[in-house]
Design a protein around this ligand. Structure first.
Ligand code: AMP
Ligand code: MG
Length: 421
């Protein structure tokens, strides 16, 4: 035990050779998590947010025919005058949903509306503003190019093209795209089931009175919210007391009922030893000290066929480690490919307090200055127990391991909480 104790620590420097780097931990998890097998057929509207199990392939060209991009007249390119003007006879009309069925002959044109089928023989559309209508005739000039204002068949998608690839998470545009192909149902990965419980003798659930030295369990509620957002089937196992047998039994039950399970608390130095012993008999569980803040301790492993994530107990640490490690891993388990947490670079509006040695996730508020530039403000105290500041924040500010105190104006990387789609 003594080699762990340092009586003369440098408190302004948090480098620790024993710690695992953030990216190493992320990579180790990514390497071991494989997608579940199992899929279901899903009505396209119900498939929003689900992960495609098979490529979606187009059976048709979209648009299926040459159509007009403008209201005007469909004409033959050969009839466009090289100079001067020409007069064409209007022989019919092609409105959206009501095509003109005959073929255009020399000197003829057809009144056409946006989305209308370009009739055979025609290949060019003249905007109505550029054509002088005279009864059943129009006069056009010479400044047009063959093929203008025509949306060619297959412009958007060609027949047999892979339009959406396996592993894609379906967004509203994708749902519309399927509809545009006439596809009413898609194959998606089955939903995954995730169990979770909190550990700690001090924790009380909602509805229970607080005794001395007790606090309400917030992590179970936070985790519930984060899992719900991912579209996961949730098994809430409540609070488990800090007793080896209880923890052991909860692990066995969780591993039997879920694809993955998550716990909070009990992974820090000291506590970890007894949990470690308890878990060693069950499967392969790693306890990592990661060079990050908050969220230094993290447990990850496999118990029977279930993946296990042991989050730290402090409420902000639990959330940050969930978003950085567990969420991408669960997405992978759900079948999703190409998983990134999008980030942007913006100047910080407030000075940054930070010691070198750990990758740090501070809570921030991303906002526009009166001049319309985007900046980020640190929320203030960054204690890993201050959940209210996580609630006020709208982003995480990611500060590199080597960075120390920094001035306002420094460019920092920011992960916004919400996206447009
Ligand atoms: P632990 O990781 O178990 O040592 O817990 C670290 C800190 O987080 C302690 O102050 C705990 O009381 C607190 N904590 C642990 N679990 C929870 C929870 N589920 N909800 C709120 N606070 C918690
Ligand atoms: Mg505890």
């Amino acid at each position: 035990m003594h080699d762990r104790i340092n009586l003369h620590p440098n408190l302004n420097n948090e480098f620790d050779e024993q710690s695992l780097l953030f990216h190493e931990a992320l990579q180790r998890i990514a390497d071991s998590v494989k997608p579940v097998s199992g899929f279901e057929q899903c009505d396209v509207r119900q498939a929003l947010g689900r992960i495609l199990y098979a490529d979606v392939i187009s059976n048709i060209d979209v648009p299926p025919y040459d159509s007009s991009a403008m209201d005007g007249y469909a004409v033959r390119g050969d009839d466009l005058p090289p100079s001067g003007e020409t007069t064409l006879r209007v022989i019919g009309e092609s409105f959206a949903g009501h095509p003109y069925h005959a073929s255009l002959q020399r000197g003829e044109c057809v009144r056409i509306m946006t989305g209308g089928v370009v009739p055979s023989g025609a290949d060019t559309v003249i905007m109505q503003e550029h054509a002088l209508r005279q009864g059943e005739k129009i006069v056009i000039g010479s400044s047009y190019t063959r093929g203008q204002h025509v949306r060619k068949a297959g412009d958007d998608i060609t027949r047999n093209a892979v339009v959406l690839a396996k592993g894609r998470k379906l967004n509203p545009a994708d749902i519309g795209l399927c509809a545009s192909l006439g596809i009413a149902g898609v194959q998606v990965y089955r939903r995954i089931r995730v169990a979770f419980f909190s550990t700690g003798d001090e924790l009380r659930s909602l509805g229970e009175p607080l005794g001395e030295g007790q606090i309400y369990d917030s992590n179970r509620y936070t985790v519930h919210g984060m899992l719900t957002r991912l579209g996961i089937d949730i098994i809430d196992m409540g609070v488990i007391r800090d007793r080896p047998q209880d923890v052991h039994d909860a692990f066995v039950a969780a591993a039997q009922s879920a694809d993955a399970f998550i716990t909070s608390g009990g992974v820090s130095v000291g506590e970890a030893d007894y949990i470690k012993q308890t878990l060693e008999s069950l499967g392969k569980v790693n306890f990592w000290k990661i060079a990050m803040k908050p969220g230094r301790p993290l447990a990850f492993g496999q118990v029977q066929n279930a993946y296990f994530f042991g989050l730290p107990g402090n409420p902000v640490s639990a959330m940050v480690t969930f978003y950085q490690f567990v969420q991408p891993a669960l997405r992978r388990l759900m079948g999703q490919q190409h998983i990134t947490n999008p980030s942007i670079q913006v100047p910080v509006a407030t000075p940054i307090k930070k010691n070198p040695g750990r990758l740090e996730f501070q809570r921030g508020i991303l906002e526009h200055t009166p001049e319309g530039r985007m900046v980020v403000r640190i929320t203030g105290a960054q204690g890993s127990h201050i959940l209210s500041s996580m609630s006020r924040a709208n982003c995480l500010v990611i500060l590199p391991l080597e960075m120390g105190n920094s001035d306002a104006g420094t460019l920092v990387e920011v992960q916004p909480f919400e996206g447009l789609v």
